[in-house]
Write a protein that binds this ligand. Structure first.
Ligand SMILES: [Zn+2]
Ligand SMILES: [Zn+2]
Ligand SMILES: [Zn+2]
Length: 326
């Protein structure tokens, strides 16, 4: 009997996958089971570390991105944290990024069987890297049911009054919950999230950072802020009050974008943050985890001098998949 070519192909593929081999070919590996990642206590998981527009960034042909079109780096995910609470079996997502599909999947793996979507989402502001992933919760996608999305009042109005976001509200895919500055949202008896308003380019919404309090530790998360000096809150005191501080490190220095006016997109340059925090004791500096790296930021290159400088000064650069017990 002559078998059609595609059928032989299928048999070959099947045998290749079922044969016992010391090293499984690509595509035949055992899937990671949710239970493999179960945590013993409340923890934060880093689900993304890159600035809103990702890496490679559209239109970029510079050295930072040119090889990433053909060889994508799976570590380049837009900034997001996951929060797991094994006690209640709940999981929370900070930011709804353009990479939200894979980020929810990773979070679900940590949370355990049957958890495919977060129990709630916290959003910092209405810039593309921080909320547009919400589209995946609508009718064209998973058609989620009433996922609580915590936002500040202006952000709430923005989502309620503009498409396509208002369809998510109308269809009850999401249920918007209003945050109040510095008022904790209690997720359980031992877990809370408190928003802090920060200065940023607020075209459509306010911008907040969060402090996430766990039973033993707490973390500050400020992915976007204009400059530390423009904030009436003393960032150094805030760092003192937490165990980890994930802080905006979009650009390394003012030379980075030669085709854009950097005054229009202010962020604390990493070199500025280093000098701002340099005189802190080692224990304080070791709490700082820089995050939200622009595609041009040289610290993304493991062999760069910039990366070495940040680490030698006693600071950390946030790594994807890193876990922080709370
Ligand atoms: Zn951002
Ligand atoms: Zn680039
Ligand atoms: Zn922003």
């Amino acid at each position: 009997m002559k078998l059609p070519f595609y059928f032989i192909g299928l048999i070959t593929l099947f045998t290749a996958c079922t044969e016992i081999q010391p090293e499984l070919p690509k595509g035949c590996e055992e899937p990671t089971m949710p239970g493999d990642h179960m945590m013993s206590g409340a923890s934060l998981i880093v689900l993304g570390t890159i600035q809103d527009a990702g890496s490679p960034q559209i239109g970029c042909r510079k050295a930072c991105c040119k090889d990433l079109y053909d060889q994508p780096n799976s570590d380049r995910k837009v900034v997001s944290l996951g929060l797991i609470d094994p006690e209640s079996g709940k999981q929370y997502l900070f930011e709804a990024t353009p990479d939200m599909v894979s980020q929810c999947h990773e979070l679900g793996n940590y949370a355990g069987p049957g958890k495919n979507l977060p129990d709630a989402i916290f959003l910092t502001h209405a810039h593309i890297g921080h909320y547009t992933g919400l589209i995946h919760l609508g009718k064209e996608a998973v058609n989620a049911s009433d996922i609580p999305v915590y936002v500040m009042p202006r952000m709430k109005i923005f989502l309620e009054e503009n498409g396509p976001w208002n369809q998510l509200v109308h269809d009850q895919n999401i249920s918007l919950q209003t945050l109040e500055p510095q008022k904790p949202v209690m997720l359980s008896g031992q877990l809370s999230v408190t928003p802090y308003v920060v200065p940023h380019r607020d075209e459509y919404s306010e911008t907040v950072g969060f402090i996430i309090h766990g039973p033993n530790k707490s973390a500050l998360f400020i992915p976007d802020i204009d400059k530390w000096e423009r904030w009436e809150t003393d960032i150094i005191k805030l760092i003192d009050s937490v165990d980890y501080a994930f802080l905006d490190a979009t650009f390394y220095d003012g030379e980075e974008l030669n085709d854009r006016d950097m005054a229009e997109i202010p962020h604390p340059f990493l070199v500025e943050s280093i000098s701002y925090f340099e005189s802190l004791p080692e224990t304080e500096k070791s709490k700082i985890y820089f995050i939200h790296f622009n595609h041009t930021n040289p610290v993304l290159d493991p062999s760069s001098k910039a990366r070495q400088t940040v680490l030698e000064k006693g600071f950390n650069l946030t790594q994807l998949h890193e876990i922080f017990p709370l």
